[in-house]
Design a protein around this ligand. Sequence first.
Ligand code: GCO
Ligand code: MG
Length: 403
Amino acid sequence: MDRIERCDVIVCSPGRNFVTLKITTSDGLVGWGDATLNGRELSVAAYLSEHVVPALIGHDASRIGDVWQFLYRGAYWRRGPVTMTAIAAVDCALWDIKGKRAGLPVYELLGGKAREGVLVYGHATGHDVAEMLDDVARYRDSGFRAIRAQAAITGIPNAYGAHTAGGVYDPADGSLPAVTNWDTPAYLEQAPAYLRAVRERFGFSFELLHDCHHRMTPNEAGQFGRSVEDLRLFWMEDPVPAENQEGYRLLRSRTSTPIATGEVLNSIWDVQTLITEQLIDYVRTSVSHSGGITHLRRIFDLAALYHVRSGSHGATDLSPASLSAALALDITIPNFGIQEFMEHRPETMEVFRVGYRFEDGYLIPSEAPGLGIEFDEEAAKRFPYDRKYLPVARLADGTLSDW
Ligand code: GCO
Ligand code: MG
């Protein structure tokens, strides 16, 4: 029997902070899992080193489902981003090991390819509409078939998504939480107009997405969705905070613009009402924040029963190890929708060596056994942990809002 012999939790900051779990088995196989929770990295690192790793040593590395239940039920405390990210890292590392033992890419173990490539969307942005349109052109010209468009809003230039064209998007860059601003009426006036400018300039030749980033009420989001219906968005993302799943009933009845949500949700129970009542079109739970391949597969299977498709979160704060695991699932499931793909910085790719590649708007997973990811521990030492926070947002009168 191949036992879990050793686990290392590696924290590094090649361009941004990442927490990576390395599992080594008694047969000498090594698996990698992403344990990064943006802005709260060391909580997961401590959860793993203090509470998970000591209980994991000696387990049969092949019993992935049993290890999952042991870590989930065994904690007594249910769900939550820290727990589910820690479990995800173990789960993905064990799938990586299982693939290496079998000499097969993990997608083969999950049933094999159901499509040739994984449709991805990139992030076009700008501090004004002209700059954003140029960035859309850049993505389109580099082969993207799906593009998310975000521009700054006059009066709230530092709101989410408003980084400059060609600039590296990384909101978690403050040594203390940066204070940004928010103004819903200005957003409701300007965002539909700049999305319209995209269609006016480029037509309908690619899928157009937009992230509302949890900042509206259901009624406001209904107004937003209605005002862009003729633009045929692929989706409007996180129109309202999703903790209150029932809040989507009102929104759903107001607009036919497709809805995506789930990047801050971590378990099948967090999306149960959204899925079973068909309140959303795409579920954005990610492999590294939602319990790994084992649990995300259950979420996607539930979603398939209710015409909900996948659209996993894949911002740069999810490491290339996370993306490698996401691709293994994306390429095999029947109800795949789209995968978010933000290119990581060159420093990040010096540490994470990946086999996936971008071709003609699609990501093609690595054919290497396991998840096709190698983590360079020597290179990681050059990039020590550097505490960073995501920003907060305040209204004009100082009220703390949703960022
Ligand atoms: C997205 C997300 C990100 C998040 C980030 C937080 O759709 O890509 O909304 O931009 O803000 O992942 O850590
Ligand atoms: Mg988002």
